[in-house]
Design a protein around this ligand. Structure first.
Ligand code: PLP
Length: 406
């Protein structure tokens, strides 16, 4: 027999367990007839959410015009709407030439890191992270250096500790705000301190703001670009979450700050965009409607709204639990509970998640999948109906009673 086909060696360093081994096992169980509650993916459409009608209409109205390739950076009308949205938010340096539309933020994260990194360059990535950020850093020959966002600090980073990790090889700081998986929303004063670190060390800010409209109670989302001013910054947003249209694969990356300094980086993004020709065209016709039409996400995040009530159900279940602690998510679509008493040697979040699926039919993501140095957390999405989340947490409690004692 011939030798197995070659694969890229650095893939062994990459983890994406949100769709990994546990998700594969879930599919096997479903093929055998088991019914599972799958809380592993922030996929609004899988929980009955639909993209707003005015976005669907915008695509339908233009379907006749979706055959050709577009410009590699995206449809002009879409880029103009994105640029206007950012200028209105206070980023005066944004223009359509500095906007890139991609097949979801996922593609643009990869393109941005590929445009930026040389072998051995370092990127400061939050821990917990959304694991695409560390994966894309590794696959573009860089090295993720994790800064800790600790539960005892509301999962917010400490800017001094972050700055202590800067080395001569550091090129960028990644921020995820509102955060996946923790739900942390970064206050303005903290963003100002992180911008100051980037300014002192000449670093690019890479700000994943895909959950920008999803905040609860009195949390306020602050876009970082207006605070960053002349500091070069790429802000990422899209239709997947705020507009519940993740299957359309529409995201954007917006470059702001000192234009001469970031011109080479802009041109590199443009070249990489050209190599993949253009992003999926139909979804691009929904961008202008999304950014200028009715706000359909805020009502879901206010008392009585589906996401607000789902979050309330999780907060109450964790408060009533004998085993769980929770930093209440201030934004985004997830909760990241900690398992108290689970730091005893031998507790393993992966084994817990496997047990939960096998015994109770619930799929969650083990916390360690988000590149944290501990094994006593898990992530659930807030997308199910509140009643289903109450049922899920009753099942979780049964498993923890059995594993940890009542
Ligand atoms: N960034 C974060 C923080 C996410 O949670 C996700 C998806 O869950 C993405 C990026 C990818 O989004 P898109 O659907 O635009 O590729």
């Amino acid at each position: 027999m011939s030798a197995p086909l070659n694969t890229r060696e650095r893939l062994t360093e990459v983890r994406y367990e949100i769709r990994g081994e546990l998700a594969r096992r879930a599919r096997d169980l479903e093929a055998q007839g088991r019914s599972l509650i799958k809380l592993n993916i922030g996929n609004p459409g899988a929980f009955g959410f639909r993209a707003p009608e005015h976005l669907q209409r915008a695509i339908a109205d233009h379907i006749h015009a979706t055959d050709p390739y577009t410009h590699q950076q995206g449809l002009p009308v879409a880029r103009e709407a994105i640029a206007a949205h950012h200028v209105a938010r206070g980023s005066a340096s944004v223009s359509p030439e500095r906007v890139f539309v991609g097949n979801g933020v996922s593609e643009l994260i990869d393109i941005a890191l590929r445009a930026l990194l040389n072998p051995g360059d370092e990127v400061l990535v939050p821990s917990p992270d959304y694991p695409l950020w560390s994966a894309a850093t590794i696959l573009n020959d860089g090295r993720p250096v994790f800064y800790q966002c600790k539960a005892e600090n509301g999962f917010l980073p400490d800017p001094d500790a972050l700055e202590a990790l800067v080395s001569p090889r550091t090129r960028a700081i990644v921020l995820i705000n509102p955060n996946n998986p923790t739900g942390a929303v970064y206050p303005r004063a903290l963003l100002e301190r992180i911008v100051a670190v980037a300014a002192r060390h000449g670093l690019l800010l890479l700000c994943d703001e895909i959950y920008d409209g999803i905040t609860y109670d009195d949390a306020v989302f602050e876009p970082i670009a207006p605070i960053a001013g002349e500091v070069p910054c790429v802000s990422f947003g899209g239709l997947s979450k705020v507009h519940r249209a993740c299957g359309w694969r529409v995201g954007w990356a917006v470059l702001s700050g000192d234009e001469p300094r970031s011109r080479g980086f802009r041109n590199a993004m443009d070249l990489l965009g050209a190599l993949r020709l253009c992003a999926n065209v139909p979804g691009q016709f929904a961008i202008e409607a999304a950014l200028t039409g009715a706000d359909t996400i805020t009502p879901l995040c206010r008392p009585g709204g589906r996401l607000y009530e789902a979050r309330r159900a999780v907060i109450e279940a964790c408060a009533a639990s004998r085993h769980l602690s929770l930093v209440a998510p201030a934004g985004a679509l997830y909760a990241f509970p900690g398992i108290e008493g689970a730091l005893a040697p031998g507790f393993d979040d992966h084994a817990f998640a496997l047990d939960l699926m096998d015994s109770e039919g619930v799929l969650v993501v083990p916390g360690n999948s988000f590149n944290v140095p501990y094994r006593n957390h898990f992530r659930v999405t807030l997308l199910p109906e509140p009643a289903q989340l109450r049922d899920v947490f009753a099942r979780i409690e049964r498993v923890l009673d059995r594993r940890l004692g009542e």
